[in-house]
Design a binder for this molecule. Structure first.
Ligand SMILES: [Zn+2]
Length: 298
């Protein structure tokens, strides 16, 4: 589904006054109640509150750091970004991906009638029927909005996916509450978040959760599957690449950042150990990243 599909627009709320019934006009969405107008640029609605525009300035400053500049550049080339993540990344991703979860939950033909959103998608396109939401208008993003103030009606979405995003939201609690609010009873969530992973700014980093932590935060969802998306080997690589790069930080922060990537590339083959660790249930105790698939209680 596209974000400009009438079925999706009909569940949206005005970010300013929370009224339902946004009207699609030429290159904008208009609120019939408070008359606020929100731009639609190249088919992408920007449903953000005025306050957020100030936050944008702060984000833009953070994005100016060399590492984030490089990340932004790489993110303009989705294929390269995906390749680098899988080829020389620190995380093994042997657990269920959102793509696999979608396949297990829905039949292919069902997907076009479902409203499925990926919050904090970045450039990643999981499936053409999934609507990507992000605070930045990256490539493949269908709706620019704030995860802590979703302009979406209660109980209106079939599935929410959010991968490695909650840790980057200053107030993750608010985003979690929003996710719980918008999913229909009987609908699903796929949540992934780091557990044992060093600080990684994108553009900033605030929080970690254990398996039990996610279960608790999403208690209104019946757990369907809980697992790890990067095992103890991934956690070790992530820590070691910082450990080894740390001495370089005395000379320069840029060199330190650069060296973490060099050590990540060198250490990345160790991820193969995670394949074995998947056989041991207790390996989640030291997982780099944890995920949760839940079904909202009726
Ligand atoms: Zn309004």
């Amino acid at each position: 589904m596209l974000s400009t599909d009438q079925r999706f627009i009909s569940i949206l709320l005005c970010p300013a006054c929370k009224a339902a019934g946004l009207r699609a006009e030429q290159e904008s969405l208009a609120c019939g109640k408070c008359r606020a107008v929100f731009p639609v640029k190249n088919g992408v609605p920007f449903l953000i509150h005025k306050e957020l525009l100030q936050q944008y300035e702060q984000y833009n400053k953070e994005i100016e750091s060399p590492v984030n500049k490089l990340k932004t550049l790489i993110k303009k080339m989705p294929w390269l970004f995906q390749f680098l993540t899988y080829a020389i990344g620190s995380i093994s991703y042997f657990g269920w991906s959102p793509k696999k979860a979608l396949k297990k939950i829905y039949k292919e033909g069902e997907l076009k009638n479902k409203i499925i959103i990926n919050i904090g998608s970045g450039i990643k396109a999981i499936h053409r029927e999934v609507i990507n939401l992000d605070i930045f208008p990256f490539e493949n993003v269908g709706l620019v909005t704030d995860a802590t103030k979703l302009p979406i009606q209660d109980n209106s979405v079939d599935m929410v996916i959010t991968e490695s995003t909650l840790e980057h939201i200053p107030d993750a609690e608010l985003a979690i509450r929003e996710i719980c609010r918008v999913v229909k009873p009987g609908g699903y969530v796929y949540i992934s978040i780091p557990f044992l992973m060093p600080f990684h700014a994108s553009p900033n980093d605030y929080v970690r959760l254990t398996n039990e932590g996610i279960k608790h935060k999403f208690a209104i969802f019946e757990p369907q599957r809980i697992g790890m998306n990067g095992g103890p080997a991934s956690a070790l690589i992530s820590l070691l690449m910082h450990f080894l790069a740390l001495p370089f930080s005395i000379i320069s922060t840029s060199l330190y950042n650069f060296m973490t990537y060099i050590f990540m590339a060198i250490l990345s083959p160790l991820r193969v150990f995670d394949l074995v660790f998947y056989l041991f249930p207790r390996s989640t105790d030291a997982a780099a990243m944890t995920y949760f698939i839940g079904k909202k209680k009726e």
